[in-house]
Design a protein around this ligand. Structure first.
Ligand code: NAD
Ligand code: GDD
Length: 325
């Protein structure tokens, strides 16, 4: 039986990845500071612990793993990473996890790991025009990410590739572009725009106001979780080390995102643009390299992913309201 270790298995992408690997017949160990908050873990073994602790990282690699996925990080959406309030923790926590896990895996002869970098590592100067951002993989340098979160991702992706060169590991690096779906963080300050907009629309009265940070003309693309897992697994099992974008090329403005969600909800809402943390002006995935190397591209539209996500978030909102009543 094939075996996998998923670090960050209590989080959004890690939780879904565990389910996917179980469907494929893997024996899976999940590791996280916490259990998944919205559904029982499907991991065969789930270890609660802190990957900033080097001896803990060594302990969890006490057997042979065919695949190791390193998704654990101190992360969140614009409201968490662009305010500047968490910069030191984000850099310290995530870099420590990556340093520890690489050291432990190399010393325990793990063949290679998958690492989830982020589109936040791309330079701000190429993402100023909302209609025409450049996120081609080779546009990364000269480096100038607009957040410390992005700088840590850039450092860590270099670290994974250095272990490939110096220790003959087979690490794989993906640059995720804003992943969304059910069972993702949808409240509390770490949620990203798709979840935040679904929550705000679900909470709004018909013809009520929905607050949007900025003027809403900033652009992004969003990738549905199932597509992300397919890209992740294909990269992990390929001969291509990356770094490579795993994202969607269906770029929309945040105003268009709100229009999609309000249409799905069957509600008319009034957009109220307010000041807030904005991040780059425009961002879109560039899927030419992943298409060439892995023959991968997303298979479904943003709208179809938003329909499933809205349905799940609306249920959370209703059940919270019932609990508070
Ligand atoms: P998430 O926050 O839901 O999951 C990350 C998990 O890591 C959390 O459950 C957290 O408890 C765990 N963790 C943090 N510190 C830990 C520690 N010291 N020890 C053990 N576990 C720890 O985030 P996600 O959306 O599932 O993202 C997974 C990975 O993908 C992260 O590395 C993130 O930076 C990267 N990424 C995500 C997106 C996205 O849009 N979701 C975009 C780009 C990159
Ligand atoms: N989160 C959030 N909440 N964003 C909002 C809101 C809101 O209520 N209203 C408008 N926005 C705007 C933000 O100001 C930003 O301009 C845009 O929506 C997208 O915000 P996020 O989805 O929170 O983050 P991001 O796309 O800037 O960065 C995300 O994606 C990266 C990968 O592409 C983050 O999740 C990063 O952690 C991730 O690495």
């Amino acid at each position: 039986m094939s075996t996998a270790l998923v670090c960050g298995a209590g989080g959004f992408i890690g939780g879904h990845l565990v389910k996917r690997l179980k469907r494929e017949g893997f024996w899976v160990r999940g590791v996280d500071l916490k259990f998944p908050p919205f559904a029982e873990t499907e991991a065969d073994d789930f270890v609660v612990g802190d990957l900033r602790d080097q001896s803990f990282c060594r302990q969890i690699i006490d057997r042979k793993f065919d695949e190791v996925y390193q998704l654990a990080a101190d992360m969140g959406g614009a409201g968490y990473i662009f305010t500047g309030e968490h910069d030191a923790d984000v850099m310290h926590n995530s870099a420590t996890i990556n340093l520890n896990m690489l050291d432990a895996c190399q010393k325990r002869n793990v063949r290679g790991m998958f690492y989830s970098s982020s589109a936040c590592m791309y330079p701000e100067h190429n993402q100023k025009d909302p209609d025409n951002p450049n996120c081609a993989e080779d546009s990364a340098y000269p480096a100038a990410p607009d957040s410390e979160y992005g700088w840590e991702k850039l450092f860590s992706e270099r670290l994974y590739l250095a272990y490939n060169r110096n220790y003959g590991m087979r690490n794989r690096v993906a640059r995720y572009h804003n992943i969304f779906g059910p069972e993702g963080t949808w409240e509390g300050g770490k949620e990203k725009a798709p979840a935040a907009v679904c929550r705000k629309v679900a909470q709004a009265a018909s013809h009520g106001e929905v607050e949007i940070w900025g003027d809403g003309t900033q652009t992004r693309s969003f990738l549905y979780i199932d597509e992300c897992l397919e890209g992740t697994i294909r990269l992990t099992r390929s001969d291509f080390e990356g770094p490579v974008n795993v994202g969607s090329e269906e770029m929309v403005t945040i105003n268009q995102l709100v229009d999609f969600v309000s249409d799905i909800a069957g509600k008319k809402v009034i957009k109220k643009h307010i000041p807030g943390p904005l991040g780059v002006r425009g961002r879109n995935s560039d899927n030419r390299l992943i298409g060439q190397k892995l023959g991968w591209k997303p298979s479904a539209t943003l709208r179809s992913g938003l329909e499933k996500t809205y349905e799940w978030i609306e249920r959370q909102v209703r059940s919270n309201m019932r609990a508070a009543a």
